[in-house]
Design a protein around this ligand. Sequence first.
Ligand code: ZN
Length: 600
Amino acid sequence: MKNAIHYTIAAVDPAAHLFEVTLRVEQPDPDGQIFSLPAWIPGSYMIREFARNIVGIEARAEGRKVALKKLDKHSWQAAPRAGALELRYQVYAWDLSVRAAHLDQTHGFFNGTSVFLQVHGQERLPHVVEIERPDGALYKTWRVATALPELKAKRYGFGSYAAANYDELIDHPVEMGSFALAAFRAHGVQHEVVITGQVPNLDLDRICTDLKKICEAQIAMFEPRSRRAPMERYVFLTLAVGDGYGGLEHRASTALICSRNDLPVKGQEAMSEGYRTFLGLCSHEYFHTWNVKRIKPAAFAPYDLRNENYTSLLWLFEGFTSYYDDLMLVRSGVIDEVAYFKLLAKTINGVLRGQGRTRQSVAESSFDAWVKYYRQDENAPNAIVSYYTKGSLVALALDLTIRAETGGRKSLDDVMRALWQRYGRDFYKAGRGRGVEEAEAEALFEEVSGCSLKRFFDRYVRGTDDLPLETLLAPFGVTLIDERKRDKPGLGVRTKRDGNDCKLANVYQGEAAHRAGLSAGDILVALDGLRVTATTLDKLLARYRPGDRFMLHAFRRDELMAFEVRLGRDEAPQVTLTPQAKPAAVARKRGAWLGGASAK
Ligand code: ZN
């Protein structure tokens, strides 16, 4: 392809976890071409400084070395010259996550943000990547999986792939290895499931059957008439490991990490908690195909890959996606109503634990994602709220409010469709991309629903009030009860196992351990003279009542300390949600909500 930016990427030394990239620019900036690697990857809001993994870099032109000057931690500038320029650099790829790059003898994975230098001023040119097969017998069976369009490559083959511009190039992660592969069609569009990692007796057919239902439900929600998917092809790139969980959304694919135990086993039909979690993750990332990959906050249109991109709207892009991920499981029939309300109750209990929710609104949590949500420490439950989980409850409350106030004529689905039509549908069409401005969201919600929502936004989005879920759920025949036992004792801590020791992971402010002076990081040693281990704390506590006093010994660093504790009660919420079968009119309303259509 003429005038394209050309990359070649080769897994030159899997044992040393090194990719080598060559980058050829036909017409570099004659004043000195600048190159840089992104500081973060869209979808994961933290500065990661991927350029720290570049271990060697040089520039050449016509066989001769060209001077490269480092401008800052992620940029270089070549000495001024006319004529084609070639860069060669190695990238250390040993981050087993969906956010960066990973390479060894078992597989290779990379995001473009970790390996492809951006050629400043030429981002709009076509970008071509030649993906080379590693040398050696071990790699003869390797294939390539990516949603990047093939240029001169067979599907799943090594060879060249092309993107229309840099933005597209870095939005298609690439997996290479000997993976399991299956495909299905959802409303006419090819979907592929790729699973890397050893998974004995993997039931890929079941995954395809369930994902097809989930994907079709989402396509039908955004495009009820045309049933047109926003992409021409979609790939679920999954890495199965012993213990892991994570996903990152892209415009036509997602990169996932899951525990192999979460994947279904051939011949077993029950819905395990792990498999439901996996389907929820797939559903979440797939929903992002619309919400954040095409409907975007203005701050992301376009992304500034060198700096933090501040937006106070992540509650809409992550929170609403978190609401719809589980909702789509029940709407598509993959789980039943009872299972859905269990998941919802778990989210509510998580949000209500800890005082952080009274100190930070979801709008503030969104804005500070870069330094707070993504960089949580032991004080997080006391200081911050999650724009994912509380954001999902904001979505739930808005959905129920709109349904109740409009007598079922409108719902949150109508709001999502309006966002899709105005911002998302044409986002990637030439020159059309515009994001949602901070002030536009609330106005659009009011316009589409016809409801007055200022007070709602003031209290629950910009403010820190708890959502009135009990009241909102009642008209839909769902009873919310907090079954917390008033006489159950609680220290007000979350513990984690450290060898055989019982270590305090979090200390909830205002509860018994905090009042006694204990701190996160303390290792509990003895309760009233009896040894505390990783497994004995709850049994020891069960012999006491709220209000009782005892001595607790703990190590802080290597110093033994004694604390006089006045036991409190267990403050962890125990919310349960129970759907009622009667009256029938109420059950029908609930059916309209969980079944997808507006009740007419
Ligand atoms: Zn997400």
